[in-house]
Ligand binder design. Structure first.
Ligand code: NAG
Ligand code: NAG
Length: 623
């Protein structure tokens, strides 16, 4: 009898064990993909969640206390007092000095009759007073329009007029530029920066205009920052106090900045990266900033060493220039632990990180005005950030399918947009929630432009999303990559050509030289033919090698038809190549003095353009 019980137990236990194993195996099998994804991403997602929650707590407090940037700065300045706020050339600006300077600005403009809601435009190179001026104006609720220092004539006037500007402060370097448009500035009060600083401010009171500061709120606009205007004229984005605080808080939490950090910034202060995200660390969190008047590739690391900077900002093609400026030079020693910015390209990412021994790259994505923000927290090569797979309840950004050329969202039979699956390209959109200000889209000063960026009835009737217009892909782990920027594809022989991919291939062939690829119109043909522009003052690349390797690596329609060898590229103030300008030059040998070539598919070489130009124009060549 005992024997029987024993056997029975053994039997059932065996069955129990075996069946549990079967069930567990089956579960593993069924959810194997999700388990794999979780095992690969949980660290990243938890890190993001932790830092995100920390930022959110600060933001909630800020909103509840009806704070504003001047109120936050007042606290910071009292706390930090003699700590350095800004290092600049030989100047040292403590928080106290910045506080007093900005108070003088505020009191001066009160005396001049400026009131809450008025706008003053600022046209000045990077310097500590730049920050002091807009900070001072913000204390009395006056909006500062930050003007791109590269603008002249019509676009400059456009920026001044869309902001309905009452006053303009300009540096002496811009006297001619301002004189050129002076007939349009009849109703604008002009302030010469040098005179303002040396004479008019000198006996102004340093007392804090507390009564005015008390009236500033999170919802007030503090700055106008203009979009770069690669297509059409620049748009003025409305930066509210709350937006500036949110973005600064986000960066502060995600980069885990501390009181001991020194942030090196050589980016222009009229742009959101340098002017809002980096300066926000100083103004809102008391982080010391080392400021440079103008970016310099060769001085980048030696500058960082002047005050032992621990963090540095980059943008656009800056990293490529730094790399090029240090080619064939010994490794540099520095204490920069983190670099933060956007635009680090795959073709130089690893070279840059290895050559300069940079532990952490925080590549981020975010438009000045939009509500779609992403950041790369774990050094993932080439990625601009991630969208966690298992946190749908808090994630408000997503990719939707679109026509790859026009970037028009595709709608299904019910009229709704379709979310992309892993590895499917789509445009990034961010849900607009009027109740939560982080998810709000504050729009442009011009309301027509605002409505153009909003998509309605996206996943259900009545919802609305901010359309970033940027084409991206998300892999199965949730990492997001740029597909390409707006306008960066062209169509040739009925096929779409993505310029960034071709640029990447070319860099692999010719090494670290500046390369851009774009499409140009050719008479009597459809679409646009590809053109490579290379910055190579000595014109030393091996063109037949380039041609034969491109032929081997690319489908025939994607091999660029033209080649232009230049000394250097025309650049925007934010270090992006002015592709539009290059595109407008086309391949016209009467306009372009640089060496030009055409791809000859029989010889597999780039041959001089002058031999074939007339045949191309007359349509005698089969391209
Ligand atoms: C500063 O000096 C000017 C004259 O130089 C005077 O008009 C102005 O009232 C003074 N401001 C203050 C605050 O004393
Ligand atoms: C250019 O590259 C080709 C191989 O593609 C090689 O045969 C030729 O010698 C190279 N020319 C020069 C000048 O290096």
């Amino acid at each position: 009898m005992k024997m029987f019980v024993l056997l029975q137990q053994l039997f059932f236990n065996r069955i129990g064990i075996v069946s549990s194993i079967v069930v567990i195996t089956w579960l593993f099998w069924k959810y194997r993909t999700s388990l794999y994804v979780i095992s690969k991403t949980w660290r990243r997602d938890l890190r993001g969640l932790r830092r995100g929650v920390r930022a959110l707590c600060k933001i909630v407090l800020y909103e509840r206390n009806c704070m504003s940037i001047p109120k936050v700065f007042q606290k910071v300045a009292r706390n930090k007092n003699n700590k350095v706020a800004i290092y600049f050339e030989d100047e040292i600006w403590t928080f106290q000095r910045l506080e007093k300077f900005s108070n003088r600005i505020a009191n001066y403009f009160i005396r001049k009759g400026y009131q809450k809601g008025d706008t003053v435009a600022l046209l000045l190179e990077n310097r500590p007073e730049y920050v002091g001026i807009w900070l001072g104006l913000s204390k009395i609720g006056v909006i500062t329009a930050l003007i791109n220092t590269n603008l002249v004539s019509k676009p400059l006037y456009h920026c001044i007029s869309v902001g309905k500007v009452k006053g303009l402060i300009f540096g002496s370097d811009f006297t001619n530029v301002v004189n050129d448009i002076s007939s349009d500035l009849q109703n604008v009060q002009l302030f010469k920066y040098d005179k303002l600083i040396s004479e008019e401010l000198s006996n102004e009171s340093e007392a804090s205009p507390d009564a005015h500061i008390a009236q500033t709120t999170p919802k007030d606009t503090i700055l106008y920052i203009y979009t770069s205007g690669t297509t059409g004229l620049p748009k003025a984005a409305n930066i509210k106090n709350s937006r500036m605080y949110f973005t600064a808080t986000g960066i502060n939490s995600f980069l885990e900045l501390t009181d001991n950090d020194v942030f090196y910034n050589s980016l222009p202060l009229y742009h959101s990266s340098g002017g809002m995200l980096v300066i926000g660390q100083c103004v809102c969190f008391g982080v010391t900033v080392e400021l440079r008047r103008k970016f310099s590739a060769s001085n980048f690391w030696s500058d960082c060493n002047k005050h032992d900077s621990t963090v540095a900002s980059y943008i656009g093609e800056i990293c490529r220039y730094i790399l090029a400026a240090h080619e064939n030079k010994p490794p540099v020693k520095h204490n920069v632990q983190k670099i933060f910015g956007n635009g680090l390209k795959k073709d130089i990412w690893n070279d840059f990180v290895e050559k300069f021994n940079v532990p952490q790259v925080y590549e981020f994505y975010g438009s000045t005005e939009g509500n779609c923000n992403l950041i790369n927290l774990d050094n993932k090569f080439g990625s601009i950030g991630f969208i966690p797979n298992f946190m749908n309840f808090i994630i408000t950004v997503t990719l939707i399918k679109c026509d790859e050329e026009t970037k028009e969202p595709m709608r299904n039979a019910d009229g709704f947009c379709v979310e992309c699956k892993a590895d499917e390209p789509g445009i990034l959109i961010g849900k607009i929630n009027k109740k939560i200000s982080i998810h709000h889209f504050d729009g442009y000063v011009n309301s027509k432009e605002t409505s153009g960026k909003i998509l309605r009835n996206v996943f259900k009737t009545g919802d609305s999303y901010f359309n970033s217009g940027d084409l991206m892909v998300k892999d199965s782990l949730g990492y997001v990559y740029f597909k390409d920027r707006t306008g960066d594809t062209y169509r040739w022989k009925g096929e779409n050509v993505a310029t960034t991919e071709i640029e990447y291939q070319i860099s692999g062939i010719i090494g670290p030289k500046d390369v851009v690829v774009y499409g140009v119109k050719v008479p009597k043909t459809e679409g646009r033919a590809g053109m490579i522009a290379i910055a190579d003052p000595t014109n030393s690349i091996n063109r037949s090698k380039l041609a034969s390797e491109l032929k081997a690596q690319l489908p025939s329609y994607a091999v660029p038809l033209f080649l232009r060898v230049m000394d250097s590229f025309p650049m925007t103030g934010t270090f992006k190549v002015k592709k539009n300008e290059l595109q407008n030059d086309g391949f016209d040998i009467n306009i372009i003095v640089d060496p030009l070539y055409m791809y000859d598919s029989k010889k597999v070489d780039y041959i001089p353009m002058k031999d074939v130009y007339n045949d191309i124009i007359e349509g005698n060549l089969r391209l």
